[in-house]
Design a binder for this molecule. Structure first.
Ligand code: ASP
Length: 355
């Protein structure tokens, strides 16, 4: 009896810290062990995946990409260190990349088949599962900011085209002349593809053209964050794919495909051949493998990208982060522009498969 009583005391003592630190995630049955002030901050960004092999960039270009990625990852991390939310950090970092002509988002977006820049973006809050998405924009300088406004200032999740731009105007979000998005480099890629398509169509029909388009993409941007309150968030912004047809919407603004965040599992931002990411619900699938099969974040990301996406014939990659700050990065393309903050709080920038 005495032994039983002391056993009960031991069990009770062991249980106290667990009960004290356990916080409800807001959904029934899901308990999260986490201190109210998270000692671990986490921040990861990407600048697109594609055929980026060593030697395909000049040393000057590589330097430019590395510098911009470092600037963006440090800006987001600084915000987190100052106590700002993951959503703030994501918006800050993505705006830097949207404003840079290096990436296929905002200024520097690729062109549609009819010579326009048509932008998509989304953002998600892992604490509330609120999300905001925008698609088919021609005049919004920073689509990520509009996506956030849709999430926070409208009752909706997704807004498109002219309606979304009208909402931007109401919200005093900066609009620009569509010419602002023009860059010679992206215009030249469009002309190259138009010519290749004409040549190929003469010879062999259209199937290989689709792959060609997928390979001429590069530069969607995204970020995932873990903030001081233990909240996860993710965001993604893109010009889509060169030579896409009018009105085509990719995975980026589709919640669960290109972007997903849930405090119970992880935050994910994707880049790649959007049609595959939509069909495979890539971002949500990674979270589901963590939720239902308890896979660690890296393994969950690898399962979806290296096995499922690969088998389906798609290409691209993801960045992900879990509620403990563990990072998952996976891509099946030649390279992916990416940067993260390591355990010592230092920025790490990577581009190729083998560093
Ligand atoms: N996922 C984007 C899209 O399909 C393109 C990319 O990430 O490169 O619109």
């Amino acid at each position: 009896m005495k032994r039983f009583a002391s056993l009960l005391v031991v069990i009770a003592l062991l249980a106290v810290p667990i009960v004290v630190t356990a916080q409800k995630t807001g959904r029934p049955g899901v308990l999260q062990l986490q201190s109210p002030q998270n000692p671990r901050l986490g921040f990861v960004i990407h600048g697109g995946a594609g055929v980026i092999t060593r030697g395909s960039l000049t040393p000057e270009q590589e330097k430019e990409y590395r510098a911009k990625l470092e600037e963006a990852v440090l800006a987001g991390y600084k915000a987190l260190k100052e106590g700002k939310s993951g959503l703030d950090a994501i918006e800050i970092a993505i705006r830097i990349m949207e404003d840079s002509p290096l990436f296929n988002a905002g200024k520097g977006a690729v062109f549609t088949a009819d010579g326009k820049n048509e932008l998509d973006a989304s953002i998600m809050d892992g604490k509330s599962l609120n999300a905001g998405a925008v698609a088919g924009l021609h005049r919004v300088k920073n689509p990520i900011t509009l996506a956030r406004a849709v999430m926070e200032k409208s009752p909706h999740v997704m807004m498109i085209g002219e309606g979304a731009e009208k909402f931007a105007e109401e919200q005093k979000i900066e609009l620009v002349d569509p010419k602002y998005f023009f860059t010679q480099r992206r215009w030249d890629s469009l002309q190259r593809i138009i010519k290749e398509e004409q040549d190929k169509a003469k010879k062999e029909g259209s199937a290989s053209v689709t792959r060609e388009l997928a390979e001429n993409r590069f530069g969607t941007v995204g970020a995932v964050a873990l903030d001081k309150d233990g909240n996860l968030a993710s965001g993604t912004s893109t010009g889509g794919m060169t030579y896409k047809k009018y009105g085509r919407v990719g995975d980026v603004p589709v919640i669960g495909a290109g972007t997903y965040a849930d405090n119970a599992t992880c935050a994910v931002s994707a880049t790649g051949w959007g049609e595959f990411f939509i069909r495979l619900t890539v971002a949500r699938d990674i979270a589901s493998l963590m939720e239902y099969r308890a896979l660690p974040v890296q393994q969950a990301a690898d399962t979806v990208i290296q096995q499922k996406l690969q088998k389906a014939g798609g290409d691209g990659g993801v960045i992900a982060i879990d509620k403990f700050g563990n990072i998952g990065i996976s891509f099946n393309s030649e390279g992916m522009y990416r940067a993260y903050i390591d355990k010592e709080g230092k920025p790490v920038v990577e581009i190729y498969k083998q560093q």
